[in-house]
Design a protein. Structure first.
Length: 163
């Protein structure tokens, strides 16, 4: 949780397992076979330089952009996929739905960065897992707790690298 990983090695799989209210944010350049994935836990950091910047949407989005570009992505070709943001806890309508706030923060930051969101599976009340298979045909899949894996983007598979 609160970590990020990137790869341009065909066959690697980046994964965020057991996302509840957190967001698994994937940034990909499908033309160059480059992907990065962050496990975002909260909408914003309370301090300027936290030890795990990928934990916070306001720091994770720009850091993940830098990471995917450092692995060879072209800025104009970067696309996003978001998974998670479930309402795992009920607070009686107090506006404390952290999953929804996480999804909104990440979407807003991607919009500001002009990165198109090509696939999403957010909300609901169940946890999810996102897997991003790296290669010539980048594939992103999601699995809801108790469900089967479904394709969000692309068509391939490979070895796991956790984020």
């Amino acid at each position: 949780m609160g970590e990020a990983s990137a790869s341009n090695t065909s066959g690697d799989v980046l994964a965020c397992i057991g996302l509840g209210s957190c967001i698994g944010l994937a940034l990909v350049d499908r033309g160059k076979g480059v992907a990065a994935l962050a496990h975002v836990m909260l909408p914003e950091a309370a301090q300027a330089d936290p030890p795990q910047p990928h934990k916070f949407a306001d720091l994770a989005v720009p850091a993940l952009i830098d990471l995917v570009l450092a692995h060879g992505a072209s800025r104009t070709r970067v696309e996003a996929a978001m998974v998670g943001g479930a309402a795992m806890f009920q607070f009686g309508g107090s506006g404390q739905d952290i999953g929804q706030r996480n999804a909104q923060a990440v979407a807003r930051l991607l919009d500001r960065a002009r990165i198109p969101v090509r696939a999403t599976e957010t909300g609901g009340s169940k946890g999810r897992t996102i897997r991003v298979s790296v290669g010539a045909d980048i594939s992103i899949t999601v699995r809801e707790a108790g469900g089967s894996e479904a394709q969000l983007l692309g068509t391939s598979a490979g070895k796991a690298v956790l984020a």
